[in-house]
Write a protein that binds this ligand. Structure first.
Ligand code: FAM
Length: 435
């Protein structure tokens, strides 16, 4: 199981030195001004976090360890010839900063399947959940229960030296990533099917195993979509709600299970990951309302305007940092053009791609009128028969774990401190400026 871990151990001294050098050279330099508007406005634009696994450019979108999504598609090993990169490969990349060989990616597949078991009591907890408990709540519940087996929590209680925190953090993180498909599939099978689930096949890759567990073993198109989906949702720099929350809670030395569960509770919010389910719901509601499968441009325009007029957001559009179309959206659009270009819901998504930005620009207050990652995923999943929208954010959560836990290993390896920004009262703001 050792090779990724051995590489991390090798990289740690280098990275610790690099951080020390940055502190020595630039420690007292300013990263920018903080205005009262920024403090009130959700800290937008404040550079106040260290996050190495990925960074977002407002125009270009995400780069994972320096690589764009098309570069990942070119460089990372795939499972099928010429196919999409795999979550195992991006996990290696996110943790080490290095593109894995096919053998290294395969070693992650093997390591993860060897860790893929869950205790009976966790299955029982899930079995006792009512079907109308949201799948994201069930996911969070199960992760909190799995925490019983945290190696970090035990090592801390046993007095582990701070210099070694990263080791049990790594073990917990790999265990969590390995166990998530089992938990996620159990939730899916319980809520929407008969509760029965297949077993892990050690010869299959992570996505194939996940698809098998969900009950999609014969659906190669779905499995390939899952690979792309699980790669592009992993990480989106450090400031988004799920990443920042995982990092924040982790900074208190809460273990990876507790930290990720907290992050996933944030992902479950409709302005963040839940938009994943909201988009398809919104499109289907439009079709139902209009009584058509192929709404006209005029009808779509009016539906968008009605949504805005009723004080709701158009899900899947806008972004706090991005100012252009999300490359994660483009990657999914290309997948659709390749595999389902005649699908009628895809054609609606394509029309929305052109129409919604016009409507949002006309309204005049949205900083980014273009589609984000969530505007596309629902129709892709639905095309392959994965129609249970309320579940979609769970897939997002399985993927997001890979990014935020990769960073959490480095948080511990670099000895980053407990996070504690300063807050202000309205009175204290007044006092500062009204002498
Ligand atoms: N539809 C309608 N109004 C929107 C809008 C949208 N898609 N996006 C932004 N606005 C409004 C926003 O509510 C705000 O209105 P008020 O001034 O009345 O409060 C105004 O435009 C300015 O907002 P902004 O500065 O452009 O965006 P924020 O940085 O505040 O918020 C988002 C960013 C993502 C929360 C926001 O664009 C939104 O609510 N989008 C729809 C939900 C969505 O798709 N979320 C998923 C984001 C995704 F990338 C992810 O996390 N997975």
């Amino acid at each position: 199981a050792g090779s990724l871990k051995a590489r991390v151990a090798e990289l740690i001294p280098e990275k610790r030195n690099e951080l020390k050098e940055i502190k020595t050279k630039y420690g007292n330099k300013s990263l920018g001004e903080v205005t009262v508007d920024m403090a009130i406005g959700g800290m937008r634009g404040i550079k106040g976090l260290l996050w190495d696994t990925s960074i977002l450019d407002a125009d270009e979108g995400i780069r994972f360890r320096g690589y764009t999504i098309p570069e990942l598609q070119e460089k990372l090993p795939a499972t099928i010839e010429g196919g999409e990169p795999t979550p195992e490969a991006i996990l290696w990349l996110l943790i080490t900063g290095e593109v894995p060989t096919a053998a290294q990616a395969r070693s992650i597949t093997d390591d993860l399947s060897s860790r893929a078991t869950i205790p009976e009591f966790v299955e029982e907890i899930l079995d006792r959940c009512p079907r109308d408990l949201h799948p994201m709540s069930q996911l969070s519940l199960a992760l909190n229960a799995l925490q019983r087996d945290s190696i970090f929590a035990k090592a801390y209680a046993d007095g582990i030296n701070k210099a070694n925190y990263w080791d049990p953090t790594y073990e917990d993180s790999m265990n969590v990533i390995a166990k998530l498909p089992l938990i996620a599939a159990k939730i899916y099978r319980n809520v929407y099917k008969d509760g029965k689930m297949g077993a892990i096949d050690p010869k299959a890759d992570y996505s194939q195993n996940f698809a098998n567990l969900l009950g999609f073993s014969d659906n190669q198109g779905f499995t390939e979509l899952l690979r792309l989906y699980l790669v592009i949702h992993t990480d989106h720099e450090g400031g988004n709600v799920s990443a920042h929350t995982t990092h924040l809670v982790g900074s208190a030395l809460s273990d990876p299970y507790l930290s990720l569960a907290a992050g996933l509770n944030g992902l479950a919010g409709p302005l963040h990951g839940l938009a994943n389910q909201e988009v398809l719901r919104w499109i289907l509601a439009m079709n139902e309302k209009l009584g058509v499968d192929h709404p006209t441009r005029e009808q779509i325009l009016n539906y968008c305007k009605e949504t805005l007029a009723s004080g709701r957001v158009i899900p899947g559009f806008g972004h706090a940092v991005l100012r252009k179309t999300d490359p994660r959206y483009i990657a999914q659009r290309e997948f659709a053009l390749k595999y389902m270009k005649d699908d009628h819901l895809f054609s609606i998504v394509s029309n929305l791609f052109h129409i919604v930005p016009e409507v949002l620009k006309e309204q005049g207050k949205v900083k980014n009128p273009y589609p984000n990652v969530d505007a596309h995923s629902g129709v892709l999943l639905r095309y392959y028969g994965f129609v249970e929208q309320d579940y979609y954010t769970v897939l997002f959560g399985v993927s997001r774990a890979i990014g935020v836990l990769s960073q959490l290993v480095w948080d511990r390896a670099l000895g980053l401190p407990i996070e504690r920004p300063k807050s202000m009262t309205m009175a204290s703001i007044r006092q500062m400026f009204e002498k």
